[in-house]
Design a protein around this ligand. Sequence first.
Ligand SMILES: Nc1ncnc2c1ncn2[C@@H]1O[C@H](COP(=O)(O)OP(=O)(O)OP(=O)(O)O)[C@@H](O)[C@H]1O
Ligand code: NI
Length: 296
Amino acid sequence: MKLHVEGLSVRFRLPGAVVQAVTDARFTLDQGRCLALVGESGCGKSVMAHALLGLLPANAAVTGHAWLDDLDLITAPEQVLARQVRGRRIGLIPQSPAAHLTPVRTARAQLAETLRELGRPDTPDALARRAGLRPADLDRYPHQLSGGMAQRVANALALAGDPPLLLADEPTTGLDRPLVDATMAELRRLCDEGRSVLLITHDLRAAEQVADDIAVMYASRIVELASARAFFDGPRHPYAQGLLDALPTRAFTPIPGQPPELTRLPDGCAFQPRCPRATALCEEQPVLNEVACHHA
Ligand SMILES: Nc1ncnc2c1ncn2[C@@H]1O[C@H](COP(=O)(O)OP(=O)(O)OP(=O)(O)O)[C@@H](O)[C@H]1O
Ligand code: NI
């Protein structure tokens, strides 16, 4: 499988305003790789994920393409997305596994139902084992599962349809460090098995543990795209540098100021007002160019 996003933009129409949630995104995610999409709250990461799944509300206008092999997810009819894509070609690892599970039903009942809906021959026990659960764990109700077990049940549900691409939107929100580490190790294992993972996170340390490539998003645009190694060794965009400098393990210096409102983006570089390196050049919208091989 290959995911190739090309000129993807999302606009939300509001009374008297337009939200520019995603602007001209382009990236490729190859089989067996993990791409982490990072950036501050509200920059458009989740909207991008929802656009790929065809799950945006009616006030959204989407343009561009997102090729999943030869299927354009942006123009595909809802019926195709519902019957062939969600759960089967793209699995969704939810943000809050415990909240995602139905409280009054056991883990086994939920896995069985998902398998039935997808028309899969596997048993819940087999699926659970592959996700690192013991069959006995499946008799539990969501409130009886530890955080780690709930995460595994959620992963098992996402993997029920054997999708080659997994989308994980903030899968570690609210988890303690050991559980974050375990979740990242599990995502890495899934990649090493040949699946592809699009990981959305603002946890750069988690991204560093698992990602092959990093895409940095700021104010609706991808502003830097590089291999994880090149990114962590030498980010090029001042915003990416700022994100790294904000880490407790590095300078621990937050980026001053706030991101702009997506209803009133400036014509030029949206980071300019917060940027220590802004010049007159920044009055114009910068273009994402390759500064080194595979480093945009
Ligand atoms: N249905 C909608 N109508 C209008 N604006 C929306 C809608 N959904 C999202 N937005 C706006 O789109 C922008 C991007 O939101 P998004 O949820 O993608 O951010 P994010 O990067 O995922 O942030 P976080 O890290 O907090 O999850 C935000 O400004 C948000 O308010
Ligand atoms: Ni989000």
